[in-house]
Design a protein around this ligand. Structure first.
Ligand code: UT7
Length: 331
């Protein structure tokens, strides 16, 4: 079975920026509260004509350019998102057409904040099965389209962004580089604590659902917070343990960026030194499927992630969905 490695990474964050000060003008909040309780200072917001597939395609083009290959070399496209352009066709189809990935197949993967961890795991397994030479996995969300900017409990948290990776077989001379392991869990009993209530088959769009603001993100923040703190720690601990590793072996933990306090609590309990825990939530907020690739890009740019490093990706999100994966970084 070939090993699967991430061979390129490209990201896209829309140029528009919404600061905490800007939010002070929209709702009863303040910069101090937002920064102290979440770690967020600003987030990027897509312009009205930009949809998720546009950001996803931009990130994909960056990854292809970095790898120096044509889109026609891609065999499969997985788009991780909770903000698809449409209910159908899938965003993967739109991205395939936008980048000209002729001959690729693909699908959207919905696991909210955990979806990039899930998507890269699925991509790695397609490669390890020996049936795929190059899989494009994209995490992209335009959260600003489903956020209620009159609800201070949620509107301060989210932003827009995308990141794409190419996963392919590692060379025989690349030793241990690439995907190592994944541990995941879903717990649907937590579904009501973070969801978009309307717009699906349970509660189709109507004047009533619009009037009641049911097409926006609804969250019981403290329930999700408590679950996330516990499960991010337990899942990371368990995936490390079953590989004979501890937090001290991790060169960098790149967690989903929902709240700085969730991240630092997990890092502390795992015994990972704070400088080895990637946090860039201050600049992007929670971009759902976009956070981990954006944080990975920044970790590389800051010289904190290098070839051969042991990387721990971790996420907890709506569903609930939970996932943690281990990779030995390959470029
Ligand atoms: O990525 C998907 C997974 N999502 C998460 O992991 C998010 C998890 N939850 C959280 O990150 C946190 O629960 C929040 C950041 C959403 C909220 O922080 P908190 O420390 O749990 O605050 P809280 O909801 O308990 O609210 C504390 C107080 C309340 O006032 P009272 O009732 O104590 O008077 C809120 O009304 O803070 C108030 N509050 C705000 N004040 C200023 C809530 N939102 C705001 C706000 N500005 N934006």
């Amino acid at each position: 079975m070939p090993k699967a490695k991430i061979s390129a990474l490209g990201c896209f964050a829309p140029p528009g920026v919404l600061t905490n000060k800007d939010l002070e003008k929209l709702v009863d909040t303040n910069d101090q509260w937002i920064f102290d309780r979440t770690g967020i200072r600003e987030r990027h917001i897509a312009s009205p004509e930009m949809a998720t597939s546009d950001m996803a395609a931009a990130a994909a083009r960056c990854a292809l350019a970095q790898r120096g290959i044509e889109a026609t070399e891609i065999n499969a496209i997985i788009v991780c998102t909770v903000t698809p352009d449409h209910m159908f066709p899938s965003t993967a189809c739109l991205v395939q057409n936008a980048i000209g990935a002729r001959g690729a197949w693909g699908f959207d993967l919905i696991a909210a904040c955990s979806s990039f961890v899930y998507g890269t795991t699925v991509g790695a397994h397609l490669v390890m099965a020996g049936t795929h030479k190059k899989v494009l996995v994209i995490g992209a969300d335009t959260m600003s389209r489903i956020i209620d900017y009159t609800d201070r409990a949620t509107c301060v948290l989210f932003g827009d962004g995308a990141g794409a990776v190419i996963i392919e077989p590692a060379g025989e001379d690349e030793g241990e580089l690439g995907f190592i392991d994944f541990l995941g869990e879903v717990d649907g009993s937590g579904g009501d604590f973070l969801k978009m209530p309307a717009g699906g088959s349970r509660l189709p769009a109507s004047h009533d659902t619009v009037d009641k603001r049911l097409h926006f993100v609804h969250q019981d923040g403290s329930q999700v917070f408590k679950y996330a703190v516990r499960k991010m720690y337990e899942t990371c601990r368990d995936v490390l343990q079953r590989n004979g590793l501890t937090g001290e072996d991790v060169a960098i933990m790149i967690p989903h960026q929902a709240n700085k306090r969730i991240i630092t609590a997990a890092g502390d309990r795992l015994g990972i030194a704070p400088e080895k825990v990637m946090i860039n939530i201050d600049r992007y907020g929670n971009t759902t499927a976009g956070t981990i690739p954006l944080a990975t890009r920044d970790a590389i740019a800051e010289g904190r992630l290098k070839k051969g490093d042991l990387v721990l990706l971790a996420a907890v999100g709506a569903g609930y969905t939970v996932g943690a994966s281990l990779w030995r970084w390959a470029f």
